[in-house]
Design a protein around this ligand. Structure first.
Ligand SMILES: *Cc1c(COP(=O)(O)O)cnc(C)c1O
Length: 233
């Protein structure tokens, strides 16, 4: 299947999921997760009207951002971030969705160049005990959000989560509902908050039914990723 056909199928599935629960499809933003994909592949998808792209690996991302400098694209960093990599993130991205420590937010704030727009940030939530995914527990959300909200150079836009790897619909639904309820509370507190980033290839329809405003899709758009032996990609 070519990328244009994949995109059409995906758009149709997004539309039906939204309509099923009485939402406007335009309320749901599609982030194309382009980790491991070439600049040329991204260019082909951009030519079909896709504007927002998500990347996990900093050096790979910066290379592609530079190669695609002639296009007006929106770049989201969605990977785990080491403390010594924040400057490159602050200098190259429009959004960071994977904030789970204040020190990272403070560094991004200090390192965001003054001539760029404010960096849009989402707090990454860990909604179950499964280790290794990153994110903060729900109890830690409001103190971190308050601290981030007071940092110059950053705008708090919302929440992101990567749910545990499960095919149990009821578990996923419970996680998405809890996320939506935290998101509603955050929204009443800060008027900059408008983004609930949840849903990937395997679960975006359920996420849309449960209130997601941004789905992050790789495989359904680009096809399966090649898993190299020495890589977690
Ligand atoms: C890779 C990735 C995705 C996309 O995953 P697919 O299953 O390929 O759609 C979404 N979010 C994050 C944080 C990712 O790392």
């Amino acid at each position: 299947m070519d990328i244009e056909t994949r995109k059409e199928h995906l758009d149709r599935r997004i539309n039906s999921a939204a309509r099923r629960v009485g939402r406007e499809p335009s309320e749901i933003k599609l982030l194309a997760v382009s980790k491991t994909r070439s600049a040329e592949t991204i260019r082909a998808l951009a030519a079909l009207g896709q504007h927002a792209f998500g990347e996990n690996y900093l050096q790979e991302a910066v290379d592609k951002i530079n190669q695609l400098d002639d296009l007006d694209l929106e770049w989201h960093f969605i990977g785990q971030m080491q403390r010594n990599k924040t400057a490159a993130v602050a200098e190259n991205f429009d959004w960071v969705q994977s904030i789970d420590r204040l020190v990272i937010a403070e560094r991004l704030s200090a390192q965001r160049p003054a001539n760029m727009d404010e960096l849009n940030v989402c707090i990454q939530m860990r909604m179950s005990d499964e280790a290794g995914k990153g994110g903060i527990a729900p109890e830690a959300l409001f103190p971190l959000a308050d601290a981030i909200n007071s940092l110059p150079g950053l705008v708090l836009r919302g929440l992101m989560t990567i749910p545990e790897n499960t095919t149990e619909i009821d578990r996923l639904k419970r996680i998405f509902r809890k996320m939506n309820s935290l998101y509603s509370r955050l929204k009443t507190r800060y008027d900059t908050v408008d983004t609930l980033s949840m849903g990937m290839t395997s679960d975006f329809e359920l996420a849309i039914e449960e209130g997601s405003t941004m789905i992050r899709v790789g495989t359904a758009l680009f096809g399966p990723r090649n898993h190299g032996k020495s890589s977690i990609r």
